[in-house]
Design a protein around this ligand. Sequence first.
Ligand SMILES: [Zn+2]
Length: 173
Amino acid sequence: MMETAIMPVRLTSPEATQGNAELLRMANVFAKKAMRLPTSYEYKIETPVRTSPESYCAGCIDAALEAELKKWPDEERAQFSTSMSAGAEYDGRAHCYKCGLLLDCRLSEYGGETELRYFSSIRFTRLRPPSELEMYHLWKMLESIAYHLDTAKVSLALRVGRNALAALAWDER
Ligand SMILES: [Zn+2]
């Protein structure tokens, strides 16, 4: 289950604001198109000393905790737990450490830029429209660029988004 978060908007210039609104509108279109893609919230193991660096999906976290507990003496085990984070920010695509399922997260500014660079190297056409997975990542990229507002990147992101929409023959109005 995924929901498109309405993100706080930093107003800089009228242009950027307009770009930002269009980015968010496009992000919504891709979010809806990618809705059936299986994803999970991100889960982690909390130990007495740290949060596990590995992230897990909802289906794998219990088994991952079990496996971790086996390494510890009985009296320590009560101190272990799991945590769920909705909308954590990442520098890239996040996947379950165990099964590889896509984890729902937000992209940091760096993550958004990386995806933007990647997508601006792809030319979508009617014969090569974005896949469902690409639409998911387009959604996350557009959301990140809209949130971490930067006029130069906004115009490039708009171009990438419009190209992908045109390839889908999607009427965005
Ligand atoms: Zn998993």
